[in-house]
Design a protein around this ligand. Structure first.
Ligand code: GLY
Length: 284
């Protein structure tokens, strides 16, 4: 955050045996993920989303794969998507083609909206998790049509993807210990109740099943003959609870209504997904 912190970090790096330091620009603005589908020539952007990478509220704690995401981004300036396509995604795809290695697939542009303009933090060549859960919730036209057109060089010949005006918010429920060594194997309850809520659905990530330990539960298996299987957490990020509503606040409320119904031992999640720092032009 400041020169002294940067200097202290650099000195700590250099103090190591064979220590080295990479000096990079400090990027002072919020991050945005923009996924672009490419057939090697044509680039079609999906809607932008924002990921919450730190483990704890207030962007504290260790970095994770992502603890939640939302879309749309009401504070994002008009024209940013077009600017990213024109100045970042399309030139990248054009250069790949020029080098004889055309890129066909999903170009994930990880961006920072800094006071000096848009900066690329990273590219990935895959969908992002958990941004995709919020982005695809808003896609009204078929995803397969878009992907098939990308795979067959036909992105310039299909209708533009259609997007819902609704907002979507994804909250990740993680295992105890995540992003470090995780505490797994615990029964997960409440998923059916959460799924029954209007505007809420659950996506499984780190789940599996095991036979119930308790003979009373086992006896409750199908038709009285099968031992009962119970749902357990098996990985770091366990469930994505996706909420949908007419604006971000409504979608966030739905997602957290779902989260409140689900539990497993050691579970943790952030309670500030889809809120944004003061100073951004939040309209929701
Ligand atoms: N959410 C960050 C990633 O998918 O890399």
């Amino acid at each position: 955050e400041d020169r002294e912190a940067a200097r202290a970090h650099a000195e700590a790096c250099l103090a190591r045996e064979d220590g080295a330091v990479v000096i990079e620009d400090y990027l002072d603005g919020p991050e945005v993920s923009l996924f672009c589908v490419s057939d090697g020539v044509t680039v079609i952007p999906l809607v932008p989303a924002q990921d919450f990478k730190r483990a704890h509220d207030g962007n504290e704690g260790p970095n994770t794969g992502g603890m939640g995401a939302y879309s749309p981004l009401p504070w994002l300036a008009e024209g940013v998507v077009e600017e990213v396509v024109t100045t970042v995604a399309k030139p990248t795809v054009d250069e790949m083609a020029r080098r004889g290695t055309p890129f066909v697939g999903l170009l994930y542009c990880g961006l920072a909206m800094t006071s000096k303009g848009i900066r690329v933090v990273e590219f990935n060549v895959r969908f992002g998790d958990p941004e995709t859960q919020a982005v695809l919730e808003r896609l009204d036209s078929p995803l397969a049509e878009l992907l098939f057109a990308a795979a067959t060089g036909a992105l310039d010949r299909i209708p533009a993807p259609r997007w819902s005006k609704d907002a979507a918010v994804t909250v990740v429920m993680a295992s105890g210990g995540y992003p470090g060594p995780t505490d797994t194997g615990h029964e997960i309850t409440g998923i059916d109740e959460a799924e029954a809520l209007d505007g809420v659905h659950i996506i499984h990530a780190g789940t599996g099943t095991r036979i119930a330990d308790d003979p009373a539960d086992a006896a409750a298996g199908c038709c009285g003959f099968e031992p009962a299987e119970i749902l357990i957490n098996t990985g770091g990020r366990v469930l994505d609870v996706v909420g949908r509503g007419p604006d971000v606040a409504a979608a966030r409320a739905k997602a957290y209504e779902g989260v409140a119904l689900i539990s497993f031992a050691g579970e943790h999640h952030r309670s500030d997904i889809a809120t944004w720092p003061a100073g951004l032009d939040a309209k929701n």
